[in-house]
Design a binder for this molecule. Structure first.
Ligand code: GDP
Length: 528
């Protein structure tokens, strides 16, 4: 039996990520969340678009130049009686697979929607990913201080487009300049909003009970409408149901304004109360429970040059079970080597500090000198392989070529390492010496060229190439597979880990191939 302190630590963890379309307000919410976590004295320094300051999580010049965050960083802070881990996901239009993989390391997600715009395309895509594991979703309708769409329409859209039931927890009173606050359905409280307090934790005025005459005094123009509307809303919408939330079938919905720092604390209250404590993780061999005392964890992301002074690489590990203690010995399962970890980093409040200990649900960073790969498991002694950490079929392709042809070996080495990290995918056609780079977002191409230059001292350029998609291929039927490999030779390539892929010049070509070789599986994801 695990000891009580350990169980308390495990059960206090809440590990989540924000999913949203660019500009919906993810960065602003992160600032306010950290403000509540007392992590920042004054909100407004995470991205610092306006102030010109940059948070510790920004790591590359390129990011600073563009004021965007390409990489995932991790923030930990206490809230209520919980320890909250917020994993940041890139918000820019061009994003990498890191976003997807980060979602494998969390136990719940906060979905942020711009209430003036409704459900947008990136949100749809990210929701699809969370569906792979039925991750519980909390919804925040942001920017209520602007003219928004009708809240009932917004919820209908979430239900129809994202196929998840909505249960309003708070309900907006007015909108835009007339935004007065929210009614909290579960607490039966009206919480009043006052403008101009976005940078502080507000002293809010609360009116207890919808029937309270105080409401008519304070909101004479809204009180009766609100009462009527709430009757309608309660009748027409779902009640919150914890089990349905935990199985990803229903989302609690909150309204507010991140910029005005109103409503974010309601979300955090819901998150700490309802969101799951660290969930079990599935390994090929067995299910790993967070309450097990033996240590285990998996790598979901590798990031280079986080700290320009160190130029090191950090492998991000989600702790799945047991306790990490400074200096402990772990088994790096893939290599079979025992390693002593004395300098793992944690991400308390956006700053990196030496981790003394970490518990299931926490993220720690291991210094990586090229031996750690995405998907790797670390354990005390057991041989485990965690599943569900995917590679996604890239959607964009370019041929990469050297300025100086003598450095071909360096180029290949660099590309293979970058593909190991998951920064990009590399394909080597069987029939030629071409190197094809595949990415999920355009920005990845730029990052790769920049890193090849700074870390491998090679100048590379891209050329267009006629590739529509590359899918991983395999078959249970060895004979049929051999036949396929012979006939489709011109379209086959090896990826960075020597897995066979089918590189299709057009979708028509792909569809023909799928028809012609029914015994062959064409896969859009490959597990590490
Ligand atoms: P991200 O791209 O999702 O990280 O979005 P940001 O947090 O950077 O927000 C995008 C823009 O919307 C910024 O100009 C914010 O100041 C603005 N914004 C964020 N939240 C609100 C809000 O509640 N109300 C209003 N009016 N603007 C907001």
């Amino acid at each position: 039996m695990a000891d009580t302190k350990f169980l308390e630590e495990v059960n206090s963890r809440r590990t989540f990520a924000i999913i949203s379309h660019p500009d919906a307000g993810k960065t602003t919410i992160t600032e306010k969340v950290l403000l509540f976590g007392n992590a920042l004295q004054k909100a407004g320094t995470v991205k610092g678009k306006k102030s010109g300051q940059h948070a510790k999580s920004d790591w590359m010049e390129m990011e600073k130049d563009r004021g965007i965050s390409i990489t995932t960083s991790v923030m930990q802070f206490p809230y209520n009686n919980s320890i909250v881990n917020l994993l940041d996901t890139p918000g820019h239009e061009d994003f990498s697979e890191d976003t997807y993989r980060t979602l494998t390391a969390v136990d719940s997600c906060l979905m942020v929607i711009d209430a003036a715009k409704g459900v947008e395309q990136r949100t749809i895509k990210l929701m699809e990913v969370t569906r792979l594991r039925d991750t519980p979703i909390i919804t925040f309708m942001n920017k209520c201080d602007r003219d928004t769409r009708d809240p009932i329409d917004l919820m209908d859209e979430v239900e129809d487009v994202l196929n998840i039931a909505c249960a309003p927890i708070t309900w907006p009173i007015g909108m835009g300049k007339e935004f007065k606050g929210v009614y909290h359905l579960l607490r039966d409280e009206v919480i009043l909003y006052s403008t101009g307090q976005g940078h502080t934790i507000q002293e809010v005025r609360i009116i207890k009970g919808l029937d309270n005459p105080e409401l008519d005094e304070v909101l004479p123009l809204h009180a009766d409408d609100l009462r009527e509307e709430m009757e309608l809303v309660v009748g027409a919408s779902n009640e919150f149901d914890l089990e349905m939330f935990l199985s990803g079938e229903l989302t609690p919905v909150y309204f507010g304004t991140a910029l005005g720092n109103f409503g974010v604390d309601h979300v955090l209250d819901g998150l700490t109360e309802w969101a799951p404590k660290p969930l079990a993780r599935i390994a090929k061999e067995r299910v790993v429970e967070p309450t097990e005392e033996e240590f285990s964890g998996f790598i979901f992301k590798i990031q280079a040059n986080m700290d320009p002074k160190h130029r090191d690489r950090i492998a991000f590990m989600r702790v799945c079970s047991g306790k990490y203690e400074k200096g402990m010995k772990m088994l790096h399962v893939r290599t079979g080597k025992k390693v002593s970890i004395s300098d793992a980093v944690t991400f308390m409040a956006g700053d990196r500090s030496a981790a003394e200990e970490a518990y299931p649900g926490d993220i720690i960073g291991l210094h990586n000198h090229g031996t750690i790969q995405i998907g790797d498991a670390f354990t005390l002694t057991e041989s485990l392989k965690f599943t569900g950490i995917p590679n996604f079929a890239p959607e964009m392709f370019r041929r990469i070529r050297l300025q100086d042809p003598l450095k071909q070996k360096q180029l290949l080495k660099g590309l293979m390492q970058l593909s190991e990290e998951g920064a990009v995918q590399v394909f080597r056609p069987l029939r030629s010496n071409d190197l094809i780079v595949g990415a999920v977002g355009v920005l990845q191409f730029e990052v790769v060229v920049q890193r090849l230059k700074s870390e491998y001292k090679v100048d590379a350029i891209y050329e267009g190439i006629n590739v529509a998609t590359a899918l991983w291929v395999d078959s249970d039927d060895d004979q049929k597979m051999a036949e396929f490999e012979k006939k489709a030779y011109d379209n086959l390539a090896l990826d960075g880990s020597n897995n066979l892929t089918y590189v299709a010049p057009t979708m028509v070509n792909l569809n023909l191939a799928i028809e012609r070789y029914p015994a062959v599986n064409f896969r859009k994801t490959r597990e590490h």
